[in-house]
Design a protein around this ligand. Structure first.
Ligand code: KG4
Ligand code: ZN
Length: 333
């Protein structure tokens, strides 16, 4: 089954053609990061307008790279939630138009389910159940993936998402938006033991996260140093921050895996591209004898291939939509 997938939930306009949920025939991503960078974050109005301009050429490119016409596609999958509402509406409405014109089924996809499904592309043998650490700009979850379309959230963040903590701390350190990758690069040059940062816990919820205290500690450290006229070793602060957040994420995931009895572990979302996190997860899984699946860097950030992968499994589960489909800015996985 060949699915044309469309993704427009944030600042990437993406289209892909994916076969049977596992084989990517094409994947095109048009990133708007350079434009949003000057504002220090994504400007929703600009994002929607750029999606509007880019969605047709990006889709045409995906079809052309896959060597397939719209008529040969079996269904259209589209991210319908969660995300920026104006951005989502562009993709959802465009997908509806294609389905109306061609008579193909319309499959709504949850963006975070898509991130999890990136692992089905990267690891063709991977099947649920497994435990997944989802870490993106808006989400930090530990999720039991019970089946391809059934999930149980066992841990979540009470304040900032991991990506948000990276980006806000990076901004305080003077890095451009989105700062996660700059912290990753700087951390390679720094000493992770140089600055002692807190590891906030959520009382009574061992799998949950709270990152705002860690972010505030970074901001306070920089502020205090500035007031005293002291220099901060930015590379070492980045390394200390990265090590701390990666240890928190890995420790909570390890605890959940042990207590819930999982030995197949996956990671998903933009922050799973982080080299420190990948290292920590690999070490933890090696020590426990778990098998670990993390998508390649190209599938960690937002893309439509992951949406096409998940759309296939949603279709098999009967989760198609009518033309009254609406986008939703927030929705549980
Ligand atoms: O999944 P994603 O592309 O978009 C959302 O669905 O939110 O995640 C974006 C997040 C941003 O916060 C970005 O800074 C972070 O992923 N990110 C990273 C790295 N690459 C992207 N964070 C840490 N290290 C990286 N190498
Ligand atoms: Zn995402």
């Amino acid at each position: 089954m060949k699915i044309l997938a469309i993704e427009s939930s944030c600042d990437e306009t993406a289209a892909a053609v994916v076969e049977d949920g596992r084989k990517v025939s094409s994947s095109v991503v048009n990133s708007q990061i350079a434009e949003h960078k000057i504002y220090g974050g994504v400007v929703p109005e600009i994002a929607s307008r750029r999606h509007m301009e880019n969605i047709v050429p990006v889709t045409q490119e995906a079809l052309s790279q896959a060597g397939i016409s719209l008529e040969e596609i079996d269904a259209v999958g589209v991210t319908a939630a969660p995300g920026l509402i104006g951005a989502l509406l562009v993709g959802v409405n465009y997908a509806k138009g294609i389905c109306m014109a061609t008579g193909k089924p319309l499959i709504p996809v949850h963006h975070i389910r898509g991130h999890v499904a990136a692992n089905y592309i990267a690891s063709p043998e991977l099947k649920p159940p497994f435990l997944c650490l989802i870490v993106s700009g808006g989400h930090s979850h530990i999720v039991e993936v019970l089946d391809y379309t059934r999930y149980r959230i066992v841990g979540y963040t009470h304040d900032d998402a991991a990506g948000e903590a990276f980006d806000k701390s990076a901004r305080a350190m003077g890095f451009p938006y989105p700062g996660g990758i700059y912290i990753d690069q700087a951390a390679k040059r720094g000493d992770p033991g140089k600055y002692k940062l807190p590891k906030p816990r959520v009382e009574g919820s061992p799998y949950d996260f709270s990152f705002s205290g860690l972010k505030t500690a970074v901001i306070n450290l920089l502020h205090n140093a500035q007031q005293k006229g002291e220099a901060v070793d930015r590379d070492s602060l980045a390394a200390s921050f990265q090590q701390t957040i990666c240890e928190i994420l890995t420790d909570h995931l390890e605890k959940a895996a042990k207590e819930l009895g999982y030995c197949v572990i996956t990671a998903a979302g933009g922050v799973s591209a982080n080299s420190g996190l990948r290292f920590c997860l690999e070490k933890m899984c090696r020590e426990n004898g778990y098998s670990l699946h993390i998508p390649p860097l190209s599938l960690c950030g937002d893309n439509a291939a992951m949406v096409g992968a998940q759309a296939y499994f949603e279709f098999l589960a009967g989760n198609t939509a009518g033309f009254d489909l609406n986008a939703s800015p927030s929705k549980n996985i």
